[in-house]
Design a binder for this molecule. Sequence first.
Ligand SMILES: CC(C)(COP(=O)(O)OP(=O)(O)OC[C@H]1O[C@@H](n2cnc3c(N)ncnc32)[C@H](O)[C@@H]1OP(=O)(O)O)[C@@H](O)C(=O)NCCC(=O)NCCS
Length: 159
Amino acid sequence: MSAVAIVPLADRPDCVPLLARWHHDEWAGLYEGAWTLEECESELRDHASRRHLPTTLVALEDGRPLGSVSLVREDAPEFRDLGDAWLASLYVLPAARGRGLGKRLVRELVALAAREGLPRLWLFTPEHEAFYAGLGWQRVGEASLHGRRVTLMDIRPQA
Ligand SMILES: CC(C)(COP(=O)(O)OP(=O)(O)OC[C@H]1O[C@@H](n2cnc3c(N)ncnc32)[C@H](O)[C@@H]1OP(=O)(O)O)[C@@H](O)C(=O)NCCC(=O)NCCS
């Protein structure tokens, strides 16, 4: 098996339409139709224009995208007042899951946040609290988002 590289989306802007389709298929339901594929693609195109917040990392094997993760100022307007740096849109293709890619993407994103000098990074997750806890994230509390219970978590990237 060849090595997986994790690179800024800025290195592979051609991946934007594919990532947008993954993300939209996975999460559009959460926004109850208020987040179109075009909006999703335009956010990622913006991310591909820089290598710092807000931005996206993509995992590649033999040049083929297998997953991605984003660093954003805001992931849900409901949590805007909580923090201004969020890990968002962690996604690994179903066929590539269980190989450690999700963990690598999270670690690389936290390392990027540390290089950016961000003191605190946030995320919310409906069902993967244990996964993030295993990577050093702390549970901060629970909240309701569009009728779903989500766990709020944080990490100090430079600690
Ligand atoms: C959550 C997600 C990113 C995990 O990606 P992944 O590449 O499978 O994660 P890893 O391989 O690093 O696995 C992490 C742990 O979860 C387990 N795991 C998660 N999904 C698995 C799968 N489909 N098959 C086997 N193991 C899996 C791994 O065994 C590992 O546990 P371990 O360290 O105790 O062995 C992926 O399932 C996904 O994209 N899900 C849909 C989108 C999503 O829910 N994103 C998170 C939003 S908060």
